[in-house]
Design a binder for this molecule. Sequence first.
Ligand SMILES: *[C@@H]1O[C@H](CO)[C@@H](O)[C@H](O)[C@H]1NC(C)=O
Length: 473
Amino acid sequence: MWKTTTVILVLTIGIALLLRNNPVDVADLPETFWGPEKNKGASKEIRPFIINIPKSVIDDLNERLAKKRELVEPLEDAAWTYGISTTYLNDILEHWHSKYNWSERQTLLNKYPQYITNIQGLDIHFYRVKPYIPPDRKNIKIFPLLITHGWPGSVVEFQKIIPILTTPRPDRDFVFEVIAPSLPGYGFSQAAVRPGLGPPQISVIFKNLMLRLGFNKFYAQGGDWGSIITMHLGGLFPDNILGAHMNMCSTLGKSSTLWLLLGTLVPQLVVENQYYSRMYPLSDHLSRLLEETGYLHIQASKPDTIGTAVAASPVGLAGYILEKFSTWTNKEYKLRPDGGLLEKYTLDELLDNVMLYWVTNSLTTSVRIYAEQFSKRHMSSRIDEVPVDVPTACANFPHELAYQSESLLRNKFTNLIQFNHLSRGGHFAAFEEPGLLADDIFEFVSKVENERKKADNKDAPNTGKKIKEPTKI
Ligand SMILES: *[C@@H]1O[C@H](CO)[C@@H](O)[C@H](O)[C@H]1NC(C)=O
């Protein structure tokens, strides 16, 4: 036993060290034109946008809901353990059909100013919300903050956090102007017409969006795919990113896998004792991940097949999307008859999110991001291994699906200045715990700004990388 352990230990350390000292050049990402031919020469103007879905689309939806096929009954006492409970889905569909009022919900979604502008051939939709500055706070600083959602979410997730981020606080001398785009292929943002638009390429589009709006330097925040995109923004555009705040930090590099394995033998090398159970025993976590990530494999390999099936009816779409809002909010919720959905959300706001996928028919284009992330082209680019040297924060919510320890993350995020463990919340932090997430963002930005003030006082040289040069790792 000891012999095997020692051999594994030595091998793992050896390979880990080898990988650590294996620099590669990552070519600068091209400014690819992702749109259809007819978008060539599209104007660069920023057009105001208001959601205004034709009545015919809503009537059609209601007809489909009225004519829905009877759902297959769930197994006795299965709750949500076999996937969404069709018993509860029936209640949701009933609410959608008879109580959910789109014209009211649409008005709410139009509460904040929205725009569309064409970037690299794609019409990109975004909220842009300026802070309200009371007369006695005229000297307050305003920082642009790009917040990015993931799958199966949308800008609906940000409706509650936007006013918190744009409202000055008595104890902070800054506040945010929030820019919240829809990912390409999600909601009202156009989808690429050719392969290759994965998270790093989306980070190029969003950087260009911010430059278009006149924001040369900005903070970035994200969860789910939004956190991966935020990570790439920090790694690829350090001259533009003041700080990167993520509520799902991950290192996608190979060396973190090796450290993870090493931790099965000597956990103290990888994770503090108090967070041991968030990562180990590894077999428990891997089997749970396996149980919860079947969607990922199918979306990565056959996105258009699953997209077609799911998006063919409002019933399929709601079932597929809402299952995630149960399990990813808290894995124990799948044991409850109602999937715990109403613990953190209202049915109306959950359906708002489903509606953005329905009215734009964007489920298929939304899941293609998985295929891009797991494509050979992306994997061989090693772009995920680019270190992030800008100030970084990771907000660890207790019910997040996966956890990586601070020491693992430091391999990737060389300037990790905040690593908080929050008291409650799961995967959809902005949606379920907007106050907690906003507090964490304010705390982070305050730290970054204090560091910057100190550095300015010392007149420290600027060591930021240039945008156009290939990044060395
Ligand atoms: C939906 O809400 C609008 C605006 O409040 C209202 O005028 C309309 O009557 C409502 N529709 C239904 C079916 O309740």
